[in-house]
Design a protein around this ligand. Structure first.
Ligand SMILES: [Fe+2]
Length: 309
């Protein structure tokens, strides 16, 4: 019996399997790397993505050189974290405005007493977390967000982590045949699969008129680093333009799976007053929904981006 199994034919392309083990291309940044920072300490959580920043007080206005260094740290590490920042909602907004104009989310209303740019995620025994799908925020917009800043106010006793994946690493490691295939393709992004459950049928029609599906390149170029990034996500990307439905779905599912590769990920464990600041162009994220019925309270402000190319 054992011999028979041993002789079971192996697939012809066994040596070209997409999920082959072995070395991966792991670069933090392609234009420059290993920058030194003079205003703060960088504590990496992973070799390529995610670092804690120590020695910055986010309640205070930023000097121009500090702001520029933080931007460089964000570009290099893609998501940077701060601990013990007991700041107000207004201070969070003021910090975010150092990096660009803020956007207002079309479907999330700001909580009472907060500026319109604030989104609150209040998850508890009534409302379970539903952000546990890989995504880049608002990729259904013509100009998806550049970056976002999330502040945790209440943290469950265990669980409630967030993961980010480096979409530059995801692109770098694709087989050449796939890179050639997707380099000039566009995909459709649509809010409907992820947000329609929050709307009545009438509201859905109204919003679909205002935010009709948009196309973005599957491979976008980072406007600040020039890096090629894989830019499709299972939350909003519905279809590849020019491919039939089956072909589109197979290719999308393969591309979506790239975020699952642990070498491209960082997982952050929150404490009250932890803050994450991520580059939404270069990453995708996934909020682990494992803490029900405990409470997890967070507020996000989002920095507007430009049209992917
Ligand atoms: Fe998100």
């Amino acid at each position: 019996m054992a011999n028979e199994l041993h002789n079971y034919p192996r697939p012809v392309h066994f040596n070209n399997r997409e999920d082959k083990e072995g070395p991966r291309i792991l670069r933090r940044r392609v234009d420059k790397e290993n920058q030194t920072f003079s205003f703060f300490k960088v504590k990496p959580l992973n070799p390529i993505i995610g670092a804690e920043i120590e020695g910055v007080d986010l309640s205070k206005p930023l000097s121009t050189p500090l702001r520029e260094e933080l931007n460089e740290a964000l570009l290099e590490w893609k998501v940077i974290f701060f601990r013990n920042q007991a700041i107000t909602s207004e201070q969070q907004i003021a910090f975010a405005k150092n990096f660009g104009e803020l956007e207002v989310h079309p479907f999330y209303n700001a909580p009472t007493g907060r500026a319109k740019e604030v989104i609150q995620f209040n998850r508890n025994k009534v409302q379970k977390g539903f952000e546990n799908i890989w995504h880049s925020d608002v990729s259904f917009r013509e100009q998806p967000a550049k970056a976002a800043i999330l502040r945790l106010m209440k943290v469950p006793p265990v669980g409630g982590d967030t993961l980010w994946a480096d979409m530059g690493a995801a692109y770098d490691n694709l087989p050449d045949t796939i890179k050639e295939r997707i380099d000039t393709l566009q995909a459709l992004h649509d809010f409907t699969p992820s947000f329609s459950h929050l709307m009545s049928p009438e509201e859905l029609l109204k919003w679909q008129k205002e935010f009709s599906a948009v196309t973005h390149p599957i491979v976008r170029t980072h406007p600040e680093t020039g890096r090629k990034l894989l830019f499709v996500n299972p939350s909003f990307t519905t279809r590849i333009i020019g491919l039939d439905e089956k072909e589109s779905e197979e290719l999308l599912q393969f591309l979506f799976r790239q975020t699952h590769i642990p070498e491209y990920q960082v997982r952050f464990h929150w404490e009250p007053n932890s803050i994450a600041f991520w580059d939404n162009r270069a990453t995708q994220h996934y909020a682990v929904s494992d803490y029900y019925p405990y409470e997890r309270l967070a507020e996000r402000v989002t920095i507007a981006g430009d049209r992917p190319y």
